[in-house]
Structures are given as C-alpha cells and as structure tokens.
Design a protein around this ligand. Structure first.
Ligand code: BGC
Length: 704
C-alpha cells in the first residue's frame, strides 16, 4: 500500500481531537502526536546556519542545556558566493545530519527568498537576487538535508522580501515578475528536489495572507505544481480559522503560549462540531502530515540517527567558508600577504573579534565554537609574529539589553516596536561619540607605526537581523571615518568587510587597493578568511548579488516601493517588475559598485573557443578556460543570455548557467555549461564571462 493510502486508513482511526492536535503547535516547536496509535509528535527547529538551541516548550526562554551546541555553518549568502552545487548539497547534508542528531524531524531551512532590496534584514539567510543561482544551490541543499531522514522546510512562501511591517505588508506584483523572479526557486526546491515541507510567509499577496492564500497555496502550489508535502505556517502567520482550515495550509505554528487557542486548535474544533467547517479539511491536512512522517520513517522502518558536531561537519563548514570569500579588489596585487615576512601586524576593527553565531533572529544558534578573523589570523601566523589588535570602532553596548525575547514580541505592530526602539535609543550611552573618537585616534596612530595593517569592519546582526530592515547601506558606528583616516595614514591597509549584505563604500573605496568580502562565514569563517589573506587559499567566491553604490541604485527603490505604504493597506507595489538586481542595473545602465558575479582570484583565467550546441530545453555552451598564472585556482564561469531584439519588458541579460572549474597553473580545460530555458524562439547572444560585466566570449545564435 502506498503512503497516502496508509495515511488515509490511519486517519479513519483518529478522533477529531487527535487530528486537531496534529495540525497546530502544542509547543513552540512541536505538534502533538497520537500515542494511542504510536504517532509521534513532529519536532521542528530553526534554522539555516545550524540547528537552533532548545527552548522551553511553552516559553521563549533558552533552556540552557550544555548539549545543544552545534556546527555553525556559513550563512546562505556565503554559500551562494561559492557558486558550488556540491558544497550546497554538502551544507544541506551537514544540516540534516545535525538536525537528526538532535532528534528533529523538520529543519526550518533553507530561506530562499529573492533579495529584492539590499536593505532587507534577513538577506543573510537568503541566497541571491537571481532566481537561477538561488534554485541551482537551494535544490541540492534540500536534497542534502533530506538524505538524512529529516524534512527541509523551504521558506518563506512567498514574496517575503522585507521585514518592515512583515506581518501585514501586502505585495502587489505583476504575474510575470511573480513567475519569473520570485517563484522559480520554490518550484525547484519543492517539486524537483521534493522538499517535504514549505513554510508560508507572514506577508500578504494581493490582499490575501500567504498562509491562507487560495492563489498561492491552492491554485499554484497544489493544483498547478502538484505539491504533496506539508505546508507549515510561519510562527503567527495565521489570522483566521475558517480561511486557514479551508486553505491548503497543514500546520499552524505561532509564538504565543495559548496553544489551544490557535486558530486551527479549539476554535476549529468548535466550528467543525457546529458543522461550519467540514472535517474532511482536517483529514486532508493530517494525511499530508502522516505521509511526511512515513517519508522520514517516523512510523516504522529504519531511520537514520544523524550526528552533530562531527569533525567532518566542521571540515565542510571550513571548505564552504573558504570558497565563499570574495576578493573584490586587489589593485596593486598586494594580496596575498606573505606570512613569512610579517613580523608585526596591526589588526583594527570590531568585526575582527565579534561573535556572530548567537544573533540575527531565528537563525541564531549556540555554536560549538566560532573562530573570529583575529583568531584565524593569529593561529595561522603563530608565535613569531606580533599581532596587535585594536577595536577602532564600537557599537553601543547600552542599546542592546532587553529582558524580553524578541520572538515573544514579534507579533507587535510597527508602532509598538518604534516606541521600544525609541526607548532603547534614549539609552544610548553618553560619551559614545567620544569613545569612538578615542578608539579611532588610537587606531590611526598605530596604523602609522605598522607596515602591515588589516582593518576588519562591516556589519553584524544589529543590522542583518530578522524583524528589521536597514534604512540605508551606510556602514554603522562611524566606520567610514575610521577607514578613511586609517587609509590616509597607511594607504597599504588591507580592508576586509564582513556581513550579510552590501554596504556603501564610496567614501573610501578609491583609497583602498585591496578589499575582501567575508560574510558570516560560520564556525571556521575566521580560519578561511586568514587563509585567503595569507594565500593559503586562492579566493574563488563571486558575488551572488549586486553591490550597489547606494540603495537608491537598486530597482526596488528606484522604480518600485520599499518598504511600501506605512499605513492603511500597507501595500507595496513591486513596480520594478522583473527588473530585480542586475537585471535592472544592466538594462537601465546604472553602474554598481561591484557587479553581480564579480570576484577576483590570485591567478588569471582566460576564456577561448566558445561555441554552443542546441539540446533539449536549452543550449550546451562550450568554452576553454585556461589558468594563465602560477597558482592553482577555481573560476566560476557564467553564462548570460541576451535577446538580440529586445522588447521593453525584457532585461538586458539573464544568468542561465554556470560551472565552477578548478585549474592547476597553466592548465586549460574545456567546460560545458548548460544554459537552460533557451527555446530557440528568438535570436540571442550567449555571453560567457567571469562576471555579469566581465564578458569574455560571445556566441550568437539565430532562432531555430
Ligand atoms: C521566522 C521563521 C522561523 C520561525 C520560528 C519566524 O519568526 O520568520 O523563519 O522559522 O520564526 O522560529
């Protein structure tokens, strides 16, 4: 008998109360099981960078166990910067194995929303501004997770592209943009990679809340795509018993403790008993949940045990971190630094020693350890180099403290949040400006004395954080001033930025010869960064998103709306349509600071002999790539497609394929890159290059 048939039989043996128990949270991260029928509860956990620590079942309070420290993985933006499908699978596998090792059934990851604006506070949890790159990496990630008998829960379906007013914002979007930009990665992860579950988003689409949306959940997800997995609500994203019960949502989760009062709990039971809602609606949901349980071998059969904190997991986190580092600028070829020649080194900047794993919102975890950049540098250099560290800048410690868990407060309206933030702003410590000036002066004086200086700044989870968007891309804590002054004093300073989203660099970029971008690199992020700086690893990361000069150069701001109406219907109109990320900048000729796909290496690659061959559903593009230098390296060759006679609503070019190739010095390899969705309806130009704006070979194809 197949799973669905078996599930139908089981449902017939269940009471209404038992069924209702399975479709809503009876703890913050768990539904009820049916012990009588040996059906276990469903145990869930965040999140994308590792398995989150344990909470009290009915309180947003960390229990404080000593056994829930885990492997801390690079954030999804970092993973996307590797452009490496194998690593994406392996990261998923690590996460799945750790989740299973911690006894979980559903891991609430990966986050795959498209980065519509660089200001979105959760961008670090997401992959890219590009649907193709996102799906190419998110799909293997899901397969990796699920190879461990754990369900992935792809989130947040759909259009969860901002945090401001996230519970009520109502997205107005053209169908084409929805289909071409925002849905493809969901289709691939849910249908092709068969993610066992999906999380509905908080926001609305065209007036309907996503978790109750007929259009999204029924018309598209179930009917059009034929999805047969479980739809779980975001925590507190359900608003109406009838709408939710009659929608294709299967499980309601929330942040409050009155579990029996959830919309799909007692209120639903009452309505069913009164005959206002059909019991079959609940049966359908329970069947989906039981099928998921069978797929994970939760109802019998052999189930993998998983494992967490294994040396292999740490090794994999390190490999991904290494490939995620992006060398943005190396003008005088000052990088890599030579470890042997460095006797004295000055490291400046709070991000050199900042711990990030414990922040960001629901993606926070208790990392087994976290190698900071400073620790990475020191362990690499050893005892013969004197490393002097100064902070250079600092955040405001006083604004941080709060007794309440943010998630407990997360259903609060923006007005209340604003009040809270004003309260904490009023706490901003006195003398902060003075303190920052002292730190800056100290750093500048030292920068003059040291020949070798590395400045490590950027963002932290005060900016890259769930529940809030940034208001611009400026560096916080007066870092611009610090970087300028240090560069004036010591122009050879190596500048390193770490963070989850791009920052404005205009005030000092022309003064810096070297610039490295480091993301939130996971527990071995600092090791990887040091290895890149000192040449143990040749960088191969490429930007998975446009680094704008300022946020107003991004289409959501230039053409569209962000964050949309601040009252009334809270509409946000995605007027930029499909012109998201580089699709806008390339079409409308808006110069970015660093373009999509950009990333340098310590060696040089040349491209030659490009040709294209038509195959089913696309084109195979062949190209010979040669490592012209003396160091081994890896190159992500990218294929963009441009229509030759472009209509107004078509972007200048779109990424359709890529392959990462590793080459020994002087080695040449012919790579075959499959460019998908090339249908032959139009004359096109196939552009092959090292970034979206560094195109090395062009092949024209007449329509066929
Ligand atoms: C987030 C989800 C997360 C859930 C549970 C929500 O606030 O949007 O991504 O999985 O909380 O912590």
């Amino acid at each position: 008998m197949d799973y669905r048939e078996k599930a139908k039989e089981l449902v017939q043996q269940m009471t209404l109360e038992e069924k209702i128990g399975m479709i809503h949270g009876e703890q913050l991260f768990q539904t009820a099981g049916v012990p009588r029928l040996e059906i276990p509860p469903l145990k869930m956990s965040d999140g994308p960078m590792g398995v989150r620590h344990e909470f009290e079942p009915a309180q947003w309070k960390t229990i404080g166990y000593s056994d829930d420290y885990v492997t801390y993985l690079p954030c999804n933006s970092a993973l996307a910067a590797t452009w490496n499908r194998r690593l994406a699978y392996e990261m998923g596998e690590v996460l799945g194995e750790e989740a299973r090792g911690r006894g979980k059934d559903v891991i609430l990851a990966p986050g795959i929303n498209i980065k519509r604006s660089p200001l979105c506070g959760r961008n670090f949890e997401y992959f890219s501004e590009d649907p193709y790159l996102t799906k190419e990496l998110a799909a293997p990630f899901v397969e990796g997770v699920q190879s461990c008998d754990v369900a992935a829960c792809v989130k947040h379906f759909a259009l969860n592209n901002q945090e401001t007013n996230r519970l009520i914002v109502d997205v107005e979007i053209e169908e084409k943009a929805l289909r071409d930009i925002y849905l493809p990665a969901f289709y691939d992860t849910l249908i092709k990679a068969k993610s066992h579950s999906v999380m509905g988003a908080y926001n609305k689409i065209r007036g309907e809340h996503c978790c109750q949306s007929k259009y999204l959940l029924e018309d598209i997800l179930r009917k059009e795509w034929g999805y047969d997995g479980v739809v779980i609500s975001d925590w507190g994203a359900v608003h109406d018993t009838e709408l939710a019960a009659n929608s294709q949502l299967d499980i309601e989760m929330s942040v409050t403790y009155d579990f029996d009062q959830y919309f799909m709990a007692e209120p639903l039971r009452e309505k069913i008993e009164k005959g206002e809602i059909a019991e079959e609606q609940v049966d359908e949901k329970v069947i989906n949940i039981l099928v998921l349980m069978m797929r994970l071998h939760m109802l019998g059969g052999e189930r993998k045990a998983g494992a967490y904190n294994t040396p292999i997991h740490r090794q994999r986190a390190l490999e991904t971190a290494r490939e995620s580092v992006v060398l943005l600028k190396n003008e005088k070829k000052r990088l890599p630094l030579k470890a042997e020649n460095v006797r004295k080194l000055l490291v400046i900047g709070e991000n050199a020693e900042c711990i990030h794993s414990n922040g960001g919102g629901s993606a926070e975890i208790k990392a087994l350890y976290e190698i900071t950049p400073l620790m990475g540098i020191k362990t690499l250099l050893g005892g013969n180099t004197q490393v002097h560290y100064v902070k250079g800048y600092c955040r405001d410690e006083a604004s941080k403290e709060s007794d309440v868990n943010w998630q407990e407060d997360s259903l609060k309206g923006e007005a209340e949040k604003e009040e809270d933030s004003q309260k904490s702003a009023s706490k901003i410590s006195k003398g902060l400006a003075e303190k920052r000036k002292c730190l800056r002066d100290e750093a500048v004086v030292l920068a003059k004395e040291y020949e070798q200086v590395i400045l490590i700044g950027g963002l932290n989870h005060e900016q890259d954080s769930e529940g809030n968007d940034r208001s611009d891309m400026k560096l916080p804590y007066e870092q611009d001033l610090l970087i300028q002054e240090v560069l004036k004093t010591n122009p050879d300073t190596t500048v390193v930025m770490t963070g989850g989203s791009p920052v404005e660099m205009g005030e000092w970029l022309s003064m810096a010869h070297t610039l490295v971008w480091g993301w939130y690199g996971g527990m071995e992020g600092g090791t990887a960064l040091a290895e890149v700086l000192f040449g143990r690893v040749n960088p191969s990361g490429k930007l998975p998103e446009t680094f704008y000069k300022k946020h107003t150069d991004c289409s959501a701001h230039a053409l569209g709306e962000f964050p949309g109406e601040e009252k009334g219907d809270y509409k946000v109109h995605y007027k930029e349509s499909i012109f998201v990320g580089y699709r806008y900048n390339d079409t409308f000729e808006v110069e970015p600071e660093f373009c999509f796909g950009h990333g340098l290496s310590y060696t040089e690659f040349s491209y030659g002999n490009a040709r294209a061959e038509r195959v089913e559903n696309g084109v195979n593009v062949f190209c010979t790539i040669t490592n012209e230098g003396t160091r081994k390296g890896a190159e992500s060759a990218q294929v963009y497609v441009t229509p030759l006679h472009k209509s107004k609503d078509e972007p200048f070019q779109e990424l359709r394929g890529f392959e990462k190739v590793e080459l020994e010095p002087q080695e040449a390899k012919e790579v075959c890159i499959f460019a998908e969705n090339v249908t032959g309806e139009k004359d096109i130009e196939i552009r092959i290059g090292s970034s979206s704006r560094d195109i090395r070979q062009v092949v024209k194809l007449a329509k066929w």
